[in-house]
Design a protein around this ligand. Structure first.
Ligand SMILES: Cc1ncc(COP(=O)(O)O)c(C=O)c1O
Length: 403
């Protein structure tokens, strides 16, 4: 099956709108992706005719909503090739997933002086929960720097592992440089548990958790063309058995008395309170949509886009692109002498081009590159080479203004 870009674009209603009287060129999918009609329809259908709270009711609508909601676990399991559905815990996104591991798995197990190895490529969501353990329990954070081109050789991560290392926390794809990290090689090289932040990678390439061999893998729905407030973390049964619940409340218990509480079996044990019912149903629709397209097809199309964008941006010898690893997604962080990232973003916006400016929740990586901010163009499967051209023309216009 080939990838029909025009058909894909037609599925995303927002892509046909104008911004500042120009056709929208949306290059901010790394922050949050647009939604296809299939997701919007699934959300509408759920609220219009199939909504009730899940798990607790015995009435028709509650059972229907529960079925629709729980079916998403099977959809995510297919999407990530997860061995057992009950290893998938619904979350509101990667931030919650990583905090669940920090509070539920790491906090009760790690002692002062124990180490967590993490990379300088990480998003704050995969940094701050570990700082909590540093502040509160004296856990030591051991940082691994990428190469200047943004790549992160697995050997470098493994070299940082010592007898006190209790966890490796690493991204599968940087949201700043697009670097793809060989997390499977990291997991194969050590017995230390590996947590992988799949927030960006799962959007752009097939992920097979049966073969990766990692211990924790989180995704966030809003980057996967689904609703914000949806997501999941895969935690192997063995690691789940080592965890205590993070949040307490309804739905995560079997019984509660004045003196005792008996928890529900996983995954419900880790899902307290009324969940994001329709958000997860929307995520299910998004993943079905991606699987219909085929993640191999998506990845192949985006590789072409990446190569074209990389060549065109390289030809601008006054533009600095942070990170140029051979294996990377179509994410380009850029700086230009004389123009602040916010200037670049504002000028591009006037031309209908949406890019993000700032530190991208990756301040240690900004420090590594000696900058405080960059303008980031992050491409998705609905972008086109013509949009790469529009970006390049916009950047040339910025250069003429500020250069
Ligand atoms: C690499 C990476 N990790 C984690 C996150 C956090 O995701 P969320 O805010 O959806 O929980 C993001 C979002 O920007 C990200 O790009």
């Amino acid at each position: 099956m080939t990838f029909d870009i025009e058909k894909v674009r037609a599925d995303f209603p927002i892509l046909s709108r104008q911004v500042n009287d120009k056709p929208l060129v949306y290059l901010d999918s790394g922050a949050s992706a647009q939604k296809p009609r299939q997701v919007i329809d699934a959300i509408t259908r759920a609220y219009e005719g199939e909504y009730a709270n899940v798990h607790r009711g015995l009435h028709y609508l509650s059972n229907l909503a529960t079925d629709n909601y729980e079916r998403v676990r099977a959809t995510i399991a297919r999407f990530l090739n997860v061995p057992h559905e009950d290893e998938l815990i619904f979350t509101s996104g990667s931030t919650e997933g990583i905090n669940l591991v920090s509070y539920g798995w790491a906090a009760p197990r790690l002692q002062a002086g124990d180490e967590i190895v993490l990379s300088v490529l990480e998003h704050h969501a995969n940094i701050v929960p570990w700082h909590f353990l540093r502040e509160r329990q004296g856990v030591v954070l051991k940082w691994v720097e990428p190469e200047p081109d943004g790549s992160l050789p697995p050997e470098k991560v493994l070299a940082a592992v010592g007898p006190k290392t209790k966890l490796i926390a690493v991204t599968h794809m940087s949201n700043v440089t697009g670097t793809i990290v060989d997390v499977g090689a990291i997991a194969r090289g050590t017995d230390v548990p590996v947590l992988v932040d799949g927030s960006q990678a799962a959007v752009h390439m097939p992920v097979d958790l049966k073969s990766l061999g990692v211990d924790f893998y989180c995704i966030t729905g809003h980057k996967l063309y689904g609703p914000s407030g949806s997501g999941a973390i895969w935690i192997s049964r063995d690691r789940q058995a080592e965890m205590r619940p993070f949040m307490g409340g309804g739905d995560m218990i079997k019984t509660v008395s004045r003196d005792a509480v008996v928890y529900a079996d996983p995954p419900l044990k880790f899902e307290a309170g009324t969940p994001g019912i329709v958000n997860q149903i929307g995520l299910g629709a998004a993943l079905e949509y991606l699987m219909d397209l085929g993640m191999d097809n998506v990845a192949a199309y985006e590789r072409g886009l990446r190569d074209y964008a990389r060549d065109r941006l390289r030809s601008l010898n006054w533009l600095q692109v942070q990170g140029d690893a051979p294996d990377k997604g179509a994410i380009f962080s850029m700086t230009m002498e004389g123009a602040h990232a916010h200037d670049i973003s504002t000028i591009l916006d006037k031309r209908g081009i949406a890019v993000r400016a700032g530190s991208h929740c990756a301040m240690p990586l900004m420090d590594f590159y000696g900058i405080t901010a960059s303008a980031r163009a992050s491409f998705a499967m609905y972008n086109t080479p013509a949009e790469v051209d529009a970006l390049v023309e916009g950047l040339i216009f910025c250069r003429e203004l500020f250069g």
